[in-house]
Design a protein around this ligand. Structure first.
Ligand SMILES: CC[C@@H](C(=O)O)C(=O)SCCNC(=O)CCNC(=O)[C@H](O)C(C)(C)COP(=O)(O)OP(=O)(O)OC[C@H]1O[C@@H](n2cnc3c(N)ncnc32)[C@H](O)[C@@H]1OP(=O)(O)O
Length: 318
């Protein structure tokens, strides 16, 4: 879908070089089957009905995901915005993110993307208010998130997650769907799903094995260790730690510069071509099979006794 179609679909007017996209109900945006869906169809597996799932998820309101696309620098910022709940994701935020990724897939001037949370926190996972109401809907939510985050990973842009404050559970999963991770020196990062009576719901098992190998993936997911920035850098979990105490907005600006000066300094067409070639090399049936298996396992635990006990216990992942 082209930018013109987005405008027709009801986006606010674009002013100057910055395209500020805040929209909630672009129902047509997901009508183009994504690469992942197309592969599921061609592999003959039963196809998740992403449009129906999107309509269900949209009912779980709260927060937003906002997108700013700067045509001049070619760098976009996608912000998770649910700060009172440390930017944990509601169903509506998942739908917002999916819609924005469609816009980014069609951004011809784009080179890079920063994924960040509002007010100094990246994301503390699924919004537990949403989670409690959606205990019947685990595999469907997982299918939707797998599609969205595979599309994020495969964007023709160089992406970086800026990890500030808390990056926990699903938040840590989101960070693995970006090409790079930059971490604030005081931030914390942990794959705490097992403490919540769960396996990964948003595809991080598959991505962690591909990124760091099976041994590290096993260690992160079974220990539920919450890493400091220093520990995360030593592990290779993050690519860069911001060295001095800055305000969250200053860190965003430093992170954008880090991305722009290192990986987005060349022509947009070329940058996109390099990323698209890498995605092409990386695509294999294994990814689809692995994600399908991952969400079937997740579906067995979601809504089960261990998750319910964890929700009762109101655990803090310190
Ligand atoms: C479905 C995805 C699933 C997955 O597959 O991975 C998950 O992500 S499950 C969720 C995993 N995340 C959690 O379990 C986070 C639990 N919260 C904590 O551990 C702590 O809140 C914290 C993140 C360590 C922060 O502690 P602290 O600095 O002491 O702040 P507060 O605890 O007072 O938090 C402030 C405020 O935010 C609310 N909050 C935090 N996380 C969530 C969340 N995931 N969902 C909803 N709300 C969240 C917290 O309840 C506080 O609100 P108030 O109580 O109203 O002040």
């Amino acid at each position: 879908m082209l930018m013109m179609d987005l405008l027709k679909a009801g986006m606010p007017a674009i002013s100057g070089i910055t395209s500020l996209l805040r929209f909630t109900a672009l129902k047509n945006l997901l009508s183009v089957p994504s690469m992942l869906t197309a592969r599921l169809m061609s592999s003959g597996a039963s196809q998740p009905d992403l449009l129906a799932i999107r309509d269900e998820l949209e009912k779980f309101e709260g927060g937003s995901v906002d997108l700013e696309m700067d045509d001049h620098s070619g760098i976009a910022v996608m912000m998770l915005n649910n700060p009172k709940r440390l930017n944990s994701l509601t169903g509506k935020m998942m739908v917002d993110m999916a819609n924005h990724i469609t816009a980014l897939e069609n951004w011809s001037l784009g080179k890079g993307l920063v994924l960040v949370g509002a007010s100094g926190n990246f994301c503390s996972g699924g919004d537990l208010t949403f989670v409690r109401k959606a205990l019947h809907y685990g595999e469907e939510m997982a299918a939707f998130q797998h599609d969205t985050l595979t599309r994020l990973l495969n964007l023709p842009l160089v992406s970086v997650a800026l990890l500030q404050g808390h990056t926990l559970g699903g938040g840590a999963e989101l960070s693995t769907a970006c090409d790079f991770r930059v971490m604030s020196s005081s931030a914390r990062l942990g794959f705490v799903q097992i403490r919540m009576g769960l396996t990964t719901g948003w595809g991080a098992t598959t991505r962690l094995v591909r990124l760091f190998g099976r041994q590290k993936a096993l260690a992160y997911l079974t220990s539920a260790k919450v890493f400091s920035a220093e520990e995360a850098e030593k592990e290779g979990l993050v690519d860069h730690v911001l060295s001095y105490a800055l305000q969250p907005e200053e860190e965003l600006s430093v992170c954008k510069d880090w991305l722009a000066t290192n990986y987005c300094k060349h022509d947009a067409n070329l940058t996109q071509a390099v990323k698209a070639s890498i995605v092409q090399c990386d695509l294999s049936g294994d990814l689809v099979d692995s994600l399908r298996n991952e969400r079937q396992v997740f579906g067995k635990f979601w809504g089960g006794p261990a998750q319910k006990a964890a929700l009762e216990a109101k655990i803090k992942h310190k």
